[in-house]
Design a protein around this ligand. Structure first.
Ligand SMILES: [Zn+2]
Length: 350
């Protein structure tokens, strides 16, 4: 018999499955005859005596222990918020360390310098809705590729890669839920999905959200965070500006309030359309808000730009914003503002 042949042919073991002999395990199996252990259905180990040499066998290819049983990320977007305690983040402004748990309690605002860290739709929903209760609408909408666009990547491949990386289906999520007991619709953009770019999915999701608001007389909040229109959809992305603006006009005619919250950064076609069309246009502190970036403007007009140009505080001073709100007070201020705007006096106008 070959020293590597399995002495128990009925076990259908292969020499590949040899893990170790007593010689290299370094402990004695002298009192063992043959014993199966470690036995779940997937893996069973056996120790087999052979000519005074004891061999440890398994019924599985040992290499399979190092392979994933399941592919891909299985976590849903709303479950991703569970950063374990004790992890640390770093403030991009003051560079100080921030404990993740404390940061969440502080509405993702730096405890040392009040810098508002960039967050996505999941965090905004968590901050705004009562106990995080909300119903997401049209979550499954994904982008088509009508222009067969290709730059360094094919557009569908870029979409797929972004979906896998961010766990999102596009650059916006829309959800309805209670805020201090009153239902509001929140459309929150995600910068992590192709720079928060506005394509046909963003336009369609906001349109459908507005349809919902019209049907249920629900006030609307849009949280903008965008690099502008999505160039891979060409003119189709620009058409979303007109499409959303038309829907917002219907909302205005129905006297349903719309608050636009501009966060860092809000630029391009988003600034040039719905982000500036709120009944109230409000912003987070020190957010970059503009159409073209400062470098382009500087080179076009050939002059130096004033300090703080295109930041929330500068825009407030020049009449583009109604107020600036700290994220820590966002929920309460929204509740108050919507309450005032929704105060429907059924009487005749004076
Ligand atoms: Zn800081």
């Amino acid at each position: 018999m070959s020293p590597w042949a399995c002495p128990f042919p009925e076990k259908n073991l292969d020499v590949r499955h040899l893990l170790a002999s007593t010689q290299n395990l370094g402990f004695p199996f002298s009192r063992l005859q043959r014993r199966d252990f470690g036995g779940n259905a997937r893996t069973a180990f056996s120790i087999l005596p052979l000519d005074g040499l004891y061999l440890l066998w398994t019924n599985q290819d040992p290499m399979s222990w190092f392979k994933r049983a399941k592919d891909n990320i299985q976590t849903r977007t709303e479950d991703k918020n569970n950063t374990p305690d004790g992890l640390w983040a770093k403030c991009p402004n003051c560079k100080k360390a921030l404990q993740t748990k404390m940061l969440r309690k502080n509405a993702y605002v730096c405890m040392h310098c009040e810098h508002h860290l960039k967050i996505g739709s999941a965090e905004y929903f968590d901050l705004i809705f009562d106990e995080g209760h909300f119903e997401e609408l049209n979550a499954q909408l994904v982008s088509a590729d009508p222009l067969h666009f290709e730059d360094t990547k094919k557009y569908p491949d870029r979409i797929q890669a972004s979906m896998a990386k961010s766990g999102l289906n596009d650059a916006i999520r829309t959800a309805v839920g209670p805020v201090h007991g009153n239902h509001i619709m929140v459309c929150a953009m995600d910068f992590s999905f192709i720079g928060g770019s506005m394509g046909s999915v963003v336009g369609e999701k906001i349109s459908r959200a507005i349809d919902y608001c019209l049907e249920h007389r629900t006030p609307l909040l849009i949280i903008s965070k965008s690099g502008g229109a999505r160039m891979m959809e060409g003119a189709l992305s620009l058409m979303q500006m007109a499409k959303i603006s038309a829907k917002l006009a219907l909302l205005g005619q129905a006297s349903i309030p719309f608050i636009s919250l501009l966060t860092d950064p809000t630029t391009g076609g988003v600034t040039a359309s719905f982000a500036m069309q709120g009944d109230l246009n409000i912003a987070e502190p020190e957010a970059l808000i503009g159409f073209a970036g400062p470098r382009v403007i500087k080179e076009t007009i050939g002059r130096d730009l004033p300090e703080g140009f295109q930041r929330s505080e500068f825009l407030l001073e020049h009449g583009f914003l109604d107020f600036i709100v700290s994220r820590k007070e966002l929920k309460d201020r929204l509740h108050l503002a919507f309450g005032m705007l929704m105060n429907e006096d059924e009487g005749e106008p004076a």
